[in-house]
Write a protein that binds this ligand. Structure first.
Ligand SMILES: [Zn+2]
Ligand SMILES: [Zn+2]
Length: 113
């Protein structure tokens, strides 16, 4: 009886990833805004500001780089395939580490020895 019943606030909606086709559900806990696919890290250009869903572009946003901020927090840089807009998004706790590392290593691996 002591467990408090809290309503889950839907800050994000369930969406189908435009790249890998998986269904992405809102994160548990409700603190983070899910704005990219945790499997392949692709995002959709739907926000003018994070979470507002007011942008009509809806282009697929490709993860192009990892940006490590001064406090050690990792962000993903996404670029919209349709309009070229680039935005930094915080990574989520359940993002695929393999995919994150693949993005982080991409520039290093672009040259043959
Ligand atoms: Zn995906
Ligand atoms: Zn766009």
């Amino acid at each position: 009886m002591s467990r408090q019943q809290t309503h889950v606030r839907r800050t994000t909606e369930t969406f189908v990833c435009g790249n890998c086709g998986r269904t992405v559900t809102p994160p548990d806990g409700g603190t983070a805004i899910r704005n990219h696919c945790p499997h392949c890290l692709y995002s959709l250009h739907v926000d003018l500001r994070p979470g507002d869903r007011r942008c009509g572009c809806r282009g697929l946003m490709t993860p192009i780089a990892i940006w490590v901020q001064s406090d050690g927090e990792w962000s993903l840089l996404h670029r919209c395939e349709r309009c070229g807009f680039i935005r930094a998004n915080r990574i989520a706790g359940d993002d695929s580490e393999t995919s994150l590392l693949a993005v982080a290593e991409r520039p290093v691996c672009s040259r043959d020895r």
